[in-house]
Design a protein around this ligand. Structure first.
Ligand SMILES: [Zn+2]
Length: 140
């Protein structure tokens, strides 16, 4: 069973691996940060957000200071799809933005059909509240 997570990421629940949705490349263990299994391009933030003032005349130009801002792009190593872009501080390890409860996902998808594309519209899938620590709390 493969579960869609983002536009370019899915998890194979049988093997517990992150995969690229575009080419099927196996990125790495789904219980780890997928970003460490991608190719990273550290962009110069001034390249993305061009100075609005003449940099030869002004110290501050409204462009991000590369000493304080890093823009990281994470690409699939097989097909070069841009999976994620992250704004962070220079030297910070990749932010773990998708830490999913794999065991809970397996229970939630045990009775469902695999989707080849995101389901649009309709009701959101039922959430297994037992996976989120709400069991017996009386809260929905
Ligand atoms: Zn790919």
């Amino acid at each position: 069973m493969k579960v869609i997570v983002t536009e370019y990421l899915r998890i194979d629940l049988d093997t517990e691996q992150w995969e690229c949705r575009r080419c099927g490349h196996v990125l790495g263990p789904a219980r780890q940060n997928y970003k460490v299994h991608t190719r990273v391009y550290a962009r110069d933030p001034r390249e993305i957000h061009k100075p609005l003032l003449d940099a030869t005349r002004y110290e501050y130009t409204y462009a991000p200071d590369p000493a304080w801002c890093a823009i990281l792009e994470f690409y699939c190593p097989a097909c070069a799809a841009l999976i994620e872009t992250e704004y962070t501080v220079p030297g910070h390890p990749p932010i773990n933005d998708l830490e999913l409860d794999i065991d809970c996902l397996k229970r939630q998808w045990a009775e469902r059909e695999e989707l080849s594309a995101p389901a649009g519209g309709g009701l959101p899938p039922q959430v297994d509240h037992a996976c989120h620590g709400h069991a017996g709390s009386g809260r929905p």
